[in-house]
Design a protein around this ligand. Sequence first.
Ligand SMILES: Cc1cc2nc3c(=O)[nH]c(=O)nc-3n(C[C@H](O)[C@H](O)[C@H](O)COP(=O)(O)OP(=O)(O)OC[C@H]3O[C@@H](n4cnc5c(N)ncnc54)[C@H](O)[C@@H]3O)c2cc1C
Length: 381
Amino acid sequence: MTDVAIIGAGPVGLLTAILFRLQGRSVSVFERRTAPSGHSRAIGIHPPSLAVLEAAGVVDDLVNSGVRITRGRAFSRGDPVAGLDFTSASTDFPFILSVPQNRTERVLEDRLESLAPGALQRGVEATKVEDDGGSVRISAQSPSARGKQAGTFQARIVVAANGAHSAFRPALDGVVRTRRYPDFYVMGDFRDDTGFGDDAVLFLEPAGIVECFPLPGGIRRWVVRLRAPWPEAGPVPLAELITRRTGRAVDPESNSMVSAFGVTSSMVSRMVHGRVVLAGDAAHEISPIGGQGMNLGWLDMAAMVPTLGLLLDGRPCAAELAAVERVRHKAAKRAAWQAGLNMALGRPMPPGLLAARNRIFARIVEAPAVQGFVAKRFTMH
Ligand SMILES: Cc1cc2nc3c(=O)[nH]c(=O)nc-3n(C[C@H](O)[C@H](O)[C@H](O)COP(=O)(O)OP(=O)(O)OC[C@H]3O[C@@H](n4cnc5c(N)ncnc54)[C@H](O)[C@@H]3O)c2cc1C
């Protein structure tokens, strides 16, 4: 019997395990992958998350291996449109940190191993969770052993942080709200020859937005909005598309990753189901445009772990849990709304209309009275 079993060793599951361990609880983490993922999906870590990561004891490692983005700039048809300073959004962390998700997961995994050696068990896929009111039984199999039973485990609380396709979500929460957007994107990492330094840059173009962000190691991630899926995307056609839209040359030879994706969002109605908690993308999948999903999952668990500690101590906490859940549900709705706005900003638009829209955008973003507010919105405060 472990205090807390966590299903899924993505960024949310790993941080949850660390937070519970720092509370003095025993933890087990079950991950079906036999090796860490090599994907660099999430790159942006916002100031409120950096404060949580500091409490978890990993912020120095992450800051030392990332790029500090302090400014966003927008261009359209070769001309500057607006600039946004992120430094006013936080005194402790006056920047958005850019780190590839696989590096973030590595740092979290190392920290967990130092706090709870052997707690992470790879190659174990949870197949069923059964809550008897006092504890939860987890059935698991080993994917590498072709469905062979890996065993059953018992925990006082289970956190299912097993991603947007969580197998437990439909049975636990019958009211999952899912939405498909008419937006498609292709992204790719190339050597950074732009001269933009550590700035995040948006190109607001008639054919659709192109965004680019600095990554550690002199790399820049480009994200291009498409009208339709692009299965044949590769380094050469993507480099050509970036140049066509923005006038900027990128070297296809320097490409290290290309990925095309469509956008779905989904949200459960409740995160807490007795002694089983849905966390991270298993609770809410947010469009990657705006970079909030991982941060949202971390902030949920930072808010929820102390209250779940009351449950572990056998103290009445139903009202407190419900209150935390309400606050976090609102935060998820706000993040989904913000992501929808970010996607709308990047949709194709006739040149005349685009110019008028950009003038309004610049006025809002750069108005002294609202600049602090906009910076806070973009940094998840
Ligand atoms: C292109 C892209 C860019 C993004 N950029 C950003 C960004 O800049 N900032 C941001 O905040 N977010 C971003 N996101 C979103 C972010 O990647 C996700 O929100 C984040 O990965 C969610 O973390 P998680 O731990 O909840 O789930 P996941 O990362 O999906 O991890 C779930 C884990 O559970 C494991 N698992 C699944 N089922 C089982 C099972 N039954 N038993 C055991 N293990 C299981 C999986 O193998 C996986 O390792 C981006 C997403 C994409 C696609």
